[in-house]
Design a protein. Structure first.
Length: 517
């Protein structure tokens, strides 16, 4: 028994020694460890690939959406555009925010998105979320700005209204140019009452036979209001220099065409002193023709007017650097703005009939005291009627050497049409003086609102942005200006107290004009 125990113990000892020396199965733990690591790395790659795929999808959607939303020709709400892009690819749940900044000449859109890709293998390493974050931004800016400032100078603007308008409009000029890059912005000022005084240089750019040198307004036919252009070859009529308003005993003073040099158009200027001086020098009087003001304001924004600009450059009235203005909206990267202000509504626009526009009249003016007399062939010796004594004589008052026979433009320079109709026609010849009045004067009245809306529509269709300001205007004037404006947001009903803030509100949208290429 003892020997058997010894033998068994020896065998066990030998077996243990063999087991200790054996290397079979020693790589299994290491292999298992490597397999586990390989699975983890492969899983990590899958999670990363899923993360990158989601990131690329989000980024591409962001890039496309903000580019579309930032376009200035995009009429939809920019944020709505971005969200619509995400809805179309079923990613709307990942869009976190959309930020839109816009001004008169720019639009900037930024957006960011975030998504959790829910990793499958990273969770083995304790990573329970693997977020994707993406952001994008786009901006479009307009480099050039052209403004037509159309200002009412009719008689109702006298007193407190013109005194409130002048500083408000001057401040508008300062604000526009204070934030503008040099050479990028021009402003034209178009004062209007019953007519628009172009001045001799601008009128010379069109086919307008000159009838007198007292003022420079042009009569526009109805068919030119459907566009923002005006033919330079079509023959047009210079508006007479006459007073259709004052009574039967008045000398001429309220002319249909505003004759003051301060009431002439200032075209395509970047000189703030010139522009503000023009506003300061505005003189009020006469009726209201909003349609004419808007027509000339839109014309000075139309690229077809470049030949007119070049003609004005040749006369030293526009800086040579603006020879290519008005610019094309698209290729010129330009925004065009028309600001039209009125305190009234369209009223009658007068013009002389063809027999009284030019040529020698039958009316004389005494050289020494300016008294009027009229020749009329009565088949006798006393063919001259003197207004001063209401009787007929053999010569004009002052005699043939002391009186001057006047042309019709000279007649209406001195006396109102009603004076001529009554004192020099109705009194000596008999009859109702209004018959003589309307033989000399024609007028435009009923079509003026439709002409205004036609040219406003043409301007808006061409890309011009129209701001309308009804400055304490009556209801019809307000309605016409509101309909003319680009939208209700571009229309302002102003009082004397807030006209300055209205101009500032419009000008503040031009404060983004410090631009880069």
């Amino acid at each position: 028994m003892g020997k058997d125990r010894i033998r068994i113990a020896a065998r066990i000892t030998a077996a243990l020694r063999g087991f200790r020396r054996s290397e079979d199965g020693s790589l299994l733990p290491f292999g298992m460890m490597l397999l586990l690591l390989m699975l983890m790395v492969g899983g990590l790659a899958i999670d990363v690939m899923r993360h990158e795929q989601k990131r690329v999808t989000l980024q591409q959607t962001l890039d496309r959406s903000v580019l579309a939303a930032a376009g200035l020709n995009q009429s939809l709400d920019p944020e709505t555009v971005v969200r619509d892009y995400f809805d179309k690819v079923d990613l709307s749940q990942y869009l976190k925010s959309v930020t839109v900044e816009s001004g008169f000449n720019f639009r900037s859109v930024t957006a960011d998105a975030e998504a959790d890709t829910h990793p499958m293998f990273m969770q083995m390493m304790g990573v329970n979320s693997f977020d994707v974050a993406a952001d994008s931004g786009a901006e479009q800016r307009i480099n050039n700005v052209e403004v037509s400032l159309v200002l009412d100078i009719s008689g109702s603007m006298s007193g407190t209204r013109i005194n409130a308008l002048r500083p408000a409009a001057r401040s508008f000029i300062d604000t526009v140019f204070a934030n503008s890059e040099a050479g990028r912005t021009t402003v034209s000022i178009i004062p209007y009452n019953a007519q628009v005084n172009l001045g001799p240089d601008l009128m010379a750019q069109f086919n307008v036979p000159k009838l007198h040198d007292y003022s420079y307004c042009v009569e526009l036919p109805d068919d030119v209001f459907g566009t923002t252009t005006l033919s330079r070859t079509r023959s047009l009529v210079q508006n007479g220099h006459f007073d259709p308003f004052n009574g039967t005993s008045s000398t001429a003073q309220d002319y249909n065409c505003p004759p003051e040099t301060g009431n002439r158009i200032v075209m395509l200027s970047d000189n703030t002193t010139t522009l503000k001086d023009a506003i300061t020098n505005l003189q009020v009087g006469g009726n209201t023709s909003i349609d004419l003001g808007v027509k000339w304001g839109a014309l000075l924004l139309d690229p077809a007017t470049q030949a007119v600009t070049q003609g004005m450059i040749a006369r030293g009235k526009v800086a040579a650097q603006y020879a290519n203005r008005p610019l094309d909206i698209v290729s010129g990267n330009t925004i065009k703005v028309l600001v039209v202000m009125t305190d009234g509504e369209n009223t009658t626009e007068y013009k002389l009939t063809s027999n009284y526009r030019s040529g020698l009249s039958n009316i004389y003016r005494r050289n020494s005291n300016g008294r009027a007399s009229m020749y009329y062939n009565r088949s006798g010796s006393n063919d001259y009627y003197w207004v001063s004594d209401g009787s007929w004589h053999s010569s004009p008052e002052g005699g043939t050497s002391g009186a001057t026979q006047l042309t019709w433009p000279e007649v209406f320079r001195y006396w109102s049409v009603q004076y001529v109709a009554y004192q020099l026609m109705a009194r000596p010849l008999g009859g109702n003086y209004s018959t003589y009045y309307y033989d000399m004067v024609d007028y435009v009245s009923s079509t003026k609102n439709s002409r205004l809306q036609q040219v406003c529509t043409a301007a808006k269709n061409s890309g011009i942005i129209i701001y309308g300001i009804a400055f304490e205007a009556p209801s019809n004037g307000r309605a016409q200006i509101q309909a003319c404006a680009t939208s209700d947001a571009h229309y302002f009903a102003a009082t004397n107290l807030d006209i300055a803030s209205v101009f500032h509100s419009i000008a503040s949208q031009l404060s983004y004009l410090r631009l880069t290429q």
